[in-house]
Design a protein around this ligand. Sequence first.
Ligand SMILES: *[C@@H]1O[C@H](CO)[C@@H](O)[C@H](O)[C@H]1NC(C)=O
Ligand SMILES: *[C@@H]1O[C@H](CO)[C@@H](O)[C@H](O)[C@H]1NC(C)=O
Length: 388
Amino acid sequence: MFKILLFLLIHLFLFNSNNFLILALTSPQDISALKAFKASIKPSSIPTWSCLASWDFTADPCAFPRRTHFICGITCSSDSTRVTQLTLDPVGYSGQLTPLVSQLTNLTILDLSDNYFFGLIPSSISSLFNLQTLTLRSNSLSGSVPNSITNLKSLESLDLSHNFLSGYLPKSLNSMFNLRRIDLSYNKLTGSLPKLPPNLLELAMKNNSLSGSLPKSSFDGLIQLEVVELSENSFTGSLESWFLLLPALQQVDLANNRLTSVEISKPVNGNSDLVAVDLGFNKIGGNAPVNFADYPLLSSLSLRYNRLRGAIPLEYSQKKSLRRLFLDGNFLIGKPPSGFFGGEGPVTGSLGDNCLQGCPGSSQLCTPSQKPNSICKQAYGGKGKPRS
Ligand SMILES: *[C@@H]1O[C@H](CO)[C@@H](O)[C@H](O)[C@H]1NC(C)=O
Ligand SMILES: *[C@@H]1O[C@H](CO)[C@@H](O)[C@H](O)[C@H]1NC(C)=O
């Protein structure tokens, strides 16, 4: 009896009828998950030449060779037992993301970007404890980012950008120790920034409705953070001095928010990797911060369309690394430093739409033209333009 069973097993698992070596078979839990996954996609959105059209369950999904069925869309473990990647082609598949996707527990990559998946991100997705990359970018997903997503402790990259996600960010985001990159840009997220994952390199949450201040507690200990893209939100208050001192920071985009002030300290020991800062289209008052000039690699600075007053710091014009400078749309006064207009100054950008005097019209930097006198007088309390 046992011998017969063994023979049957060997026959089933090692050889098909042509004595063709098949190392093993896809686990039933993965097959049923793939079936459910395909079944939740509208057949009319599956082009005949697409990956999903080739998913034919009369054959084993992980079996080789895949000439006619499961031609693309999945990758399996080397022993052909488990699905390790589900990466669809961007052909416009439309459907819901089935909660049964959570059965694919050996997935390391789930990438459904540039399709028309709609509905909720199932909270069961938290069962994918091997998942390293989750990319659902450019779909039509709605509802909130499930709190359970923070259980994905292996996750290194999370991209849910360009969807219709709303509600608050998960509170325990900072428990995702392996997360290096998070992009939730172009959604409808609200509320304030929670504490962020400690090993983050890139933070992108552009074009949402996030509000509140930029709290130090959210960024505490983020010593690897290189890129911050939080433009087009509703952040208020001050950009405090600790922010640009985050030790690995290279690029900061906080344009189009409601920040009212900036505190810029000189970098610690003169060391900083900061290359680009965009604070345009906020409500920042006060003087243009002179300490920007002490960031050794800073090559692009925008403070355009704020409420800056006073003179342009001479140090900006002496800063060798600076290539792009946008100070247009403020209430800056005085004569712009002549260093900008010498033969050496390769700076591009704009000093236009201010209250400057003697900005040489021959220079590209001086377009558009300055504000009318009346507006400048009004801005300075009707006392005319004070000396800089
Ligand atoms: C599936 O994942 C588990 C847990 O990480 C691992 O031990 C196992 O080897 C994986 N299976 C395959 C076939 O890769
Ligand atoms: C977000 O982007 C859309 C389209 O690109 C734009 O119309 C909208 O004003 C942006 N939202 C914010 C808050 O800037």
